[in-house]
Write a protein that binds this ligand. Structure first.
Ligand code: NAD
Ligand code: WQD
Length: 353
């Protein structure tokens, strides 16, 4: 007689109600993974999870938990027990998105950022170790490359030039995870450094839903298009770029979500791996605005404004390592990103609310 078999691998997703987390849930479930999702809703809401359930046509095992709450996390791992062969935790890997992410806010509230992001990660890793769950995929950021001039960043470039508290939390979390992999032979980690994720799921039912004044370019353009803001301020007209505005590496959030599925399926046998996830192509702010206006047939008023403190002229990745080792390749164009961002915004003028 054979023991009952757990049908699908079980992945814990922290921060799963957020922008990137919700899109990753869709790709994971559609690729045959089971998920257990935690989020505190500090920057999201239950409606995002309901929308994911609609897209995939099944219920999502969701728990409103703050990852700083060790007891609550512990209870969740305790509950996720395998039916075979022994009562071991069934979770194989944690994808760790949960973090506060607003750069400007982190300058004003450093303790809150260090507390939430660092203490949350320490609690999570402690509970994982206790339950023998030793694989993590971590949301790192291009921000770890800091304020440095470089045509295209590669994974071996220094992370010692970070310029804001948010970025330092990401850099420290990378170190914490790497140190665990060095100390304990069973640990495996993949650190994914995202460049500029934009766009939304093709259904138009989930997307980026910033609370209050949008800090980031694409949500701001969308709010201008929907009539909430009069015009886009283009920060800087004198960078050494094509048209004087800043250059970034934009990546469709669905491509980024797929990158997490590829990370789970990676067979590269290294304890701690780092990958840039971006397109490798730089676009100026003005190019993005004009692309949005064109593909959506919607005029976007904009003016040049002073540079934003802390910004760099150019932040673009060399994506060769992820392509070579994970088989990662972006499939969505800037046109797709603009079209999908606008579909989400126009179908949901007030986001999830
Ligand atoms: P998001 O704010 O939409 O998602 C983060 C989620 O984590 C939110 O739902 C929030 O409620 C949750 N969360 C935060 N602290 C928590 C805690 N202590 N316990 C439980 N849940 C908590 O942001 P996002 O854009 O989806 O980003 C996801 C991850 O990717 C973050 O770690 C972010 O730093 C990183 N990242 C984002 C970008 C970007 O431009 N969006 C770029 C690079 C890296
Ligand atoms: C993009 C470009 C702005 C708004 C941020 C974080 C980074 C990472 C990704 C988390 C820049 C310009 C923007 C506006 C503008 N996040 N801009 N007018 O700054 O590249 O990266 O998100 O890890 O850490 O810093 O993204 O969307 O804010 O800006 O001209 O109203 O658009 O100057 O050149 P950024 P962004």
């Amino acid at each position: 007689s054979s023991a009952p078999v757990d049908p699908r691998p079980l992945i814990m997703v922290t921060g799963g109600a957020g922008f990137i987390g919700s899109h990753t849930l869709v790709e994971l479930i559609q690729s045959g993974y089971d998920v257990v999702v935690v989020d505190s809703f500090v920057n999201s809401c239950m409606e995002a999870i309901r929308r994911v359930e609609k897209i995939v046509g099944r219920a999502v095992d969701f728990h409103q938990v703050d990852i700083c709450d060790r007891e609550a996390l512990d209870a969740l791992f305790q509950k996720s027990v395998s039916t075979v062969p022994a009562p071991l935790c069934r979770i194989t890997t944690v994808i760790h998105f949960a973090a506060l992410k607003a750069v400007g806010e982190s300058v004003k509230q450093p303790l809150r950022y260090y507390e939430n992001n660092i203490s949350g990660t320490l609690a999570l890793m402690g509970v994982m170790e206790k339950h023998g769950v030793r694989q993590v995929v971590f949301s790192s950021s291009a921000t770890v490359y800091g304020n440095v001039n470089c045509p295209a960043f590669t994974e071996t470039d220094s992370t010692g030039n970070v310029v804001n508290p948010y970025g330092r939390t990401k850099m420290f979390m990378e170190h914490i995870i790497r140190d665990m992999c060095v100390a304990h032979p069973g640990w495996r980690a993949i650190l994914l450094r995202y460049f500029n994720p934009v766009g939304a799921h093709s259904s138009g039912t989930i997307g980026e839903d910033p609370l209050g004044y949008p800090n980031n370019l694409m949500p701001f353009i969308c709010q201008v298009a929907v009539g909430k803001r009069a015009k886009v301020n283009v920060f800087g007209n004198d960078y050494p770029t094509l048209d004087g505005s800043g250059v970034r590496d934009y990546i469709h959030v669905t491509d980024l979500a797929q990158g997490h599925v590829l990370a789970l399926e990676s067979t590269v046998d290294d304890r701690c791996l780092v990958y840039n996830l971006g397109s490798g192509v730089g676009r100026t702010v003005v190019e993005v605005i004009e692309c949005f206006a064109k593909v959506n047939n919607h005029a976007i008023p904009w003016v040049f404004a002073p540079r934003r403190p802390g910004d760099v002229a150019r932040l673009v990745c060399n994506p060769a390592k992820a392509e070579r080792e994970l088989g990662f390749k972006t499939t969505y164009s800037l046109e797709d990103m603009c079209r999908d961002a606008w579909r989400w915004q126009s179908m949901n003028p007030n986001g999830f609310r």
